[in-house]
Design a protein around this ligand. Sequence first.
Ligand SMILES: NC(=O)C1=CN([C@@H]2O[C@H](COP(=O)(O)OP(=O)(O)OC[C@H]3O[C@@H](n4cnc5c(N)ncnc54)[C@H](OP(=O)(O)O)[C@@H]3O)[C@@H](O)[C@H]2O)[C@@H](O)CC1
Ligand SMILES: [K+]
Length: 475
Amino acid sequence: MRTAYSVETVRAAERELMARLPEGALMQRAAAGLAAVCAGLLTRRRGRVYGARVALLVGPGDNGGDALYAGARLARRGAGVTAVPMDPERLHAGGLAALRAAGGRLAQAVPDRPDLVVDGLLGIGGRGGLRPAAAALAGQIPQGVPVVAVDLPSGIDADTGEVAGPAVTADVTVTFGAYKPGLLIDPGASAAGAVHLVDIGLQLPAPEAEALQHADVARLLPVPTASSDKYRRGVVGILAGSAQYPGAAVLAVAGALRGGAGAVRYAGPAAEAVLARYPETLIGRGRVQAWVAGPGLGEGRAGEVAELLAQDVPVLVDADGLRGLDAGLLRARTAPTLLTPHAGEAAALLGVPRESVEAGRLAAARALAERYGAAVLLKGSTTLVASGRAASGGGRPVRVNPTGTSWLATAGSGDVLSGLAGSLLAAGLSGADAGAVAAYLHGLAGRLVAGAGAPVLAHEVAEALPAAWRDVRTP
Ligand SMILES: NC(=O)C1=CN([C@@H]2O[C@H](COP(=O)(O)OP(=O)(O)OC[C@H]3O[C@@H](n4cnc5c(N)ncnc54)[C@H](OP(=O)(O)O)[C@@H]3O)[C@@H](O)[C@H]2O)[C@@H](O)CC1
Ligand SMILES: [K+]
């Protein structure tokens, strides 16, 4: 599990630790970790640190200080280190002195053909996109040269991953003390590249966000035992599809069949299409351990969704099922509820413009979970899962899905996801676990289909789900 903490939490932990340590000790720990990653990268690429050309982009705060001290360490190992300041009048004095003492130099522009660029412009003190002086420096980073970001790529918002203007794109980010949510959530996550965490000894409370990894997902997957039969493994009911959208029913069933429930029951007007593709489907209403309600229902079916929500059984509500949801009805439920909106549906549920959801996805997922008393899976280039109980009980971290590919933004992909998550609900997972595991497997399956980069069809994602299961379960 990767856990992430907001800037406010990191700053508080930093203050507490600084008070107990000699001045500058934390920055030395950070700089040592940063220099070690840079040295490793240079050694892998050119055999040794000695003689490497390293350019430091240095901002006015402690992020720049980290870069300068790390540069001094590299210079002592024989690298030629050039620091390029954003503002020569505002430079970390101790860091500059250390770099100079080690033989490093200052320059006004990034030198030609460096072997490595270190982005020490802004860290957790950065606000908004890069201002012109910083953007001009970032613009000098030559194509093809590896970039190591200090703490986070300059220009990304540490708490949200948003990029409000120009920003640095790094190959590697060396972050200190804790992951910040912006390193796990796109577009920040993509800008960060591979993230190395340097332990500087911070004592941290419960995280604000977390990202599951293979082992976490493997632990949550429902795996049949010798005593399992199809009913014990759970039956998932699918209320989906319409004359206009029969394909949504087929795709939701496809996802559900590969989600680990023992059987899939389909209720709706697309039974013929479903059976033609998946003869293993049960048809018509009956006892289920969870319902999926919404994909491709079209208009005027809210009554059927409300009927399911009135039952004491886990329900996943997606797509057309999300229209006009009654928050009071949802809050009164005791069985798990999982809502799976995209940004537009989330905006409608919150009564805010879509842009405000896009601009604050973490906050939107939390607000929805709180308002509707349900687990919420907010789809997007980084899918987020907020736990319903967490929001009301205060403080359970939002799950950030680390798998996925932009090729998954394709028609029907969400139908497969809701069938899959519903199947996991029927197998007994909580709303938040079902959502997080489904997003993880779905993203992995999408990557398997997309390979090095190719269009992905929703039914292919469903077909790749068994391979994603195997991948996750392979130690
Ligand atoms: N936390 C920890 O435990 C540890 C933290 N450490 C390190 O400290 C870093 C935080 O340092 P920090 O607080 O000095 O802030 P930092 O990110 O350097 O930037 C602030 C400066 O940037 C400026 N500025 C702001 N926005 C801007 C923009 N868009 N475009 C351009 N400029 C902008 C802003 O200017 P102002 O707004 O004041 O005019 C201010 O001068 C942290 O990320 C980590 O690297 C480690 O050393 C040890 C352990
Ligand atoms: K940085």
